[in-house]
Design a protein around this ligand. Structure first.
Ligand SMILES: NC(=O)c1ccc[n+]([C@@H]2O[C@H](COP(=O)([O-])OP(=O)(O)OC[C@H]3O[C@@H](n4cnc5c(N)ncnc54)[C@H](OP(=O)(O)O)[C@@H]3O)[C@@H](O)[C@H]2O)c1
Length: 385
C-alpha cells in the first residue's frame, strides 16, 4: 500500500468506507465486513470512513479497530442521522461529536466531516464548533462533504478544512471541474468516494443484474437509462486498458481516480475481503501519459453522446403517458431531475421543492401515489419549459 501525505496526515491511497452498513447496497454480512476491516489494516490501509448517518456503522467500526486504533485514521461525518433533517448548529455538533466518540469507542476522531448542508446555520457557527472541538483534542481535523458548491467555497475561505469529500470515479467526473479546483486554490486534500462507481466499474454488474429491493442502485440514475449504458461503455474501455497493464478493470479505474490532482485517497466500499484485495491492488499503479490522454478523448466523446441521449430520455419520460408502476415512474422522475441538474438544464434551487415532494413519496410507492406522481410530472415538465 502506498501513502499520500497532506499536512499532518499520511493517508493510504485506498480507503475503506462503511456506507454499506447503512443498508444502502442491500444486506451485509457483519462478520464478513468485520473480517474485511481487519484485513484492510493488515494490508496497510489506514483510512476508514464512516458517518453518524450510516446506521450502526460507527459502533461496528469502533469495535473492530479497537486493537489497532492508534495505527489508523478514523474519518466520520456529522450533520445528519437516519430520518432526521440536517443540523450543523453549534450545540448539535458538540452533542453529535460526543455521541460519535462514544459509538466509536475512542478519545479522538482524526477527521470530522460536515456531511450535508444545513441552510439554517451560518457556516461561521459550524466552524466555531469545529474549531473548539479541535482545540479540545476531540477531533484532529475537519473536512467538508456533500454540500452545495457555494458552501464548500465558504468553508474553504472562512475556515481551514483538511479535506473535501467528493464523488469521483471514471463514471462520475463532475467533481473535477467543481471541487478539485478548490483543493488546489486552498491547499485542501481531495478524498474521492465511490471510486468503483458503486460497483459498475468492477465489470461484475450488467444489464441483467437484479439488486435487492432496498438497494439504492435501483433508483440511482447512474444505473438507469442512458447513464447506465454510458457507464458500461466506460467500464469496457477500462477493461481493454486493464489487459495491457495486466490488472483488473476496477484496479485501472481506481488508479485513474488516484491520478487526479490533489486526490489523496480513493474510497471504496467493498464489504468482502476478496473485493477489498482487488481494490487495494490499484495502489501504486501508474497510468502512462498517452493512456490518460486517450481516456480524456474517450470521455469527451462519451459525454457528447450521453448528453444527446439524455435529452431524448428526458423528452420521452416527460411526454409518454405515465406507467401504472409507481416505482418505475418515481425512478424515472428522479432520473429526469438529477440528469437535468447535471446537464445544467435545471438549477438546484428551481427543482428543490419538486424534488422534496417527490422524495417524500419514496417509502410508500403504491398505486395510491399515481395521481401525486402525475402532478409532480406536470411540475417537472413546467421546470423544463
Ligand atoms: N456512496 C455515497 O453516497 C457516499 C457519500 C459520501 C461518502 N461515501 C463514503 O465513500 C465510501 C465508498 O463509496 P461507495 O461505498 O459508494 O464505494 P464503491 O466501492 O464505489 O461502491 C460499493 C459497492 O461496490 C461493490 N464493490 C466494490 N469493490 C468491488 C469489487 N472489487 N468487486 C465487486 N464489487 C465491488 C461493493 O460490493 P460488495 O459489498 O459486494 O463488496 C458495493 O456494493 C462509502 O462507503 C462511504 O464511506 C459514500
Amino acid at each position: 500500500m502506498q501513502y499520500r501525505q497532506h499536512k499532518s496526515l499520511e493517508v493510504s491511497e485506498i480507503g475503506v468506507g462503511c456506507y454499506a452498513l447503512s443498508g444502502a447496497y442491500g444486506s451485509v454480512n457483519i462478520d464478513h465486513f468485520e473480517s474485511m476491516v481487519r484485513h484492510a489494516h493488515e494490508i496497510g490501509i489506514n483510512f476508514f470512513d464512516t458517518a453518524e448517518g450510516y446506521g450502526d456503522a460507527e459502533r461496528i467500526l469502533g469495535r473492530v479497530v479497537k486493537p489497532f486504533r492508534e495505527e489508523i485514521l478514523i474519518a466520520t461525518k456529522v450533520g445528519i442521522r437516519q430520518g432526521t433533517k440536517p443540523n450543523l448548529s453549534k450545540n448539535y455538533i458538540y452533542e453529535a461529536c460526543i455521541r460519535s466518540l462514544r459509538q466509536l469507542d475512542t478519545d479522538y476522531i482524526d477527521l470530522y466531516q460536515v456531511h450535508f448542508d444545513d441552510p439554517q446555520t451560518p457556516v461561521s457557527e459550524t466552524l466555531e464548533a469545529l474549531d473548539s472541538l479541535v482545540s479540545e483534542g476531540k477531533i484532529h481535523a475537519y473536512g467538508v462533504g456533500h454540500l452545495p458548491i457555494e458552501r464548500v467555497k465558504e468553508y474553504c475561505e472562512l475556515g481551514s478544512p483538511f479535506s473535501i469529500l467528493m464523488e469521483l470515479s471514471a463514471v462520475s467526473r463532475k467533481s473535477r471541474e467543481e471541487l478539485l479546483p478548490f483543493c488546489k486554490i486552498h491547499d485542501v486534500a481531495g478524498i474521492g468516494f465511490s471510486a468503483t462507481g458503486r460497483g459498475i466499474l468492477t465489470g461484475k454488474y450488467g444489464r441483467d443484474t437484479k439488486f435487492e429491493s432496498d438497494d439504492i442502485r435501483n433508483l440511482d440514475p447512474l444505473f438507469q437509462h442512458a447513464r447506465f449504458e454510458s457507464a458500461l461503455h466506460i467500464r469496457d474501455q477500462f477493461a481493454i486498458l486493464a489487459k495491457d497493464y495486466g490488472v483488473t478493470p476496477v484496479q485501472m479505474a481506481i488508479a485513474w481516480v488516484l491520478t487526479q490532482p490533489n486526490i489523496v485517497c480513493a474510497l471504496t466500499g467493498s464489504s468482502k475481503i476478496v473485493h477489498l484485495e482487488e481494490n487495494a491492488g490499484a495502489s501504486g499503479l501508474t497510468i502512462k501519459r498517452q493512456d490518460l490522454e486517450m481516456l480524456e478523448g474517450f470521455f469527451a466523446k462519451e459525454d457528447t453522446l450521453l448528453a444527446e441521449k439524455n435529452l431524448q430520455v428526458i423528452h420521452s419520460i416527460l411526454t409518454t403517458p405515465l406507467s401504472s408502476n409507481p416505482i418505475r415512474v418515481f425512478n424515472d422522475l428522479i432520473y429526469v431531475l438529477e440528469t437535468g441538474m447535471d446537464m445544467n438544464l435545471l438549477s438546484e434551487e428551481s427543482m428543490h421543492s419538486v424534488f422534496t415532494d417527490l422524495w417524500s413519496l419514496r417509502k410508500k410507492l403504491d398505486e395510491s401515489c399515481l395521481s401525486k406522481l402525475a402532478n409532480i410530472q406536470e411540475r417537472v415538465k413546467y421546470l423544463f419549459q
